[in-house]
Design a protein around this ligand. Structure first.
Ligand code: ADP
Ligand code: MG
Length: 247
């Protein structure tokens, strides 16, 4: 395909592990400011799709274009620098640093036109840390050691650490697993806010949560797309009910 307005264009993407196709000829397009949710049974290939996009796993064939740049040949590091952030299922924060420090160390190095003017740089980082802390509801916990945060707050902190890099595409794997009902609602609000400035892909099983955030839903099954579209249409789809929602 030639140039597109899609932030992400995944085309004919396949990865085969010893002959087993975990992702099988997948084609999927994500719009600017879209919040897409990917659902599907365990083993469907959801996490593998994120692994392929962020460069953790190499594709066997196919293409992944981010703002019309091919990602399949780039390293994980280069993909992050291109503007793709990815959160894994278990939070990877620095437990013995404060919330403030966790956010501060996540600020991209060598960025900004004032790089050489130390005080301006410091001010820029501090402003950004405070802004992000509000976004992730941790503005009153900046001096707290991360180890003391609740499980939900740790998940938010990790999202905040990714937001420090201001990614244009943010990918989250089961972000509300283990969260309380209240934290789930707050996370839904948080994601609805942050997708105003970026595209977001979320993998999730909690259908109440999915309903609150999804612009569109992609249902994966055996590495292929079983259904895709608005939540109500996908929920009413016979095949989707049979392989996933009915269980
Ligand atoms: P999901 O996230 O939808 O539950 P995964 O993407 O984790 O599914 O896994 C899809 C399938 O691919 C599973 O059968 C899994 O065992 C297999 N798989 C994933 N990663 C690898 C790997 N690195 N090597 C071999 N098999 C893998
Ligand atoms: Mg998974």
């Amino acid at each position: 395909m030639s140039n597109t307005d899609f932030v992400l264009a995944v085309e004919d993407l396949t990865v085969s592990f010893d002959g087993f196709k975990a992702v099988d000829n997948l084609t999927m397009y994500i719009d600017k400011n879209e919040l897409r949710v990917v659902i599907g049974p365990n083993g469907a290939g959801k996490t593998t799709v994120l692994d392929l996009i962020c460069g953790k796993t190499r594709s066997t064939s196919g293409s992944i274009k981010f703002k019309n740049h091919e990602l399949t040949k780039l390293s994980e590091h280069e993909i992050v620098r291109a503007g793709v952030g990815r959160k894994f299922q278990t939070p990877s924060i620095y437990e013995n640093l404060t919330v403030y420090q966790n956010l501060e160390v996540s600020y991209p190095k060598g960025r900004g036109v004032f790089g050489s003017l130390f005080f301006k740089k410091t001010r820029e980082v501090e402003d950004r840390v405070r802004h992000i802390a509000e976004e992730i509801l941790l503005q009153d916990a900046l001096d707290m050691e991360a180890a003391l945060l609740s499980h939900g707050q740790k998940q938010w902190l990790e999202i905040g650490m990714l937001l420090m890099q201001d990614p244009e595409l943010l990918m989250l794997d089961e972000p509300v697993a283990g969260m309380s009902a209240k934290e789930r609602d707050q996370t839904a609000d948080l994601l609805n806010r942050i997708c105003k400035n970026r595209s977001v892909i979320v993998i999730e099983h909690d259908m109440e949560f999915v309903k609150k955030i999804a612009h569109k839903v992609t249902v994966l099954h055996q590495g292929k797309i079983l259904a895709e579209g608005a939540m109500d249409k996908v929920q009413a789809n016979e095949k989707v009910i049979e392989v996933y929602l009915g269980h």
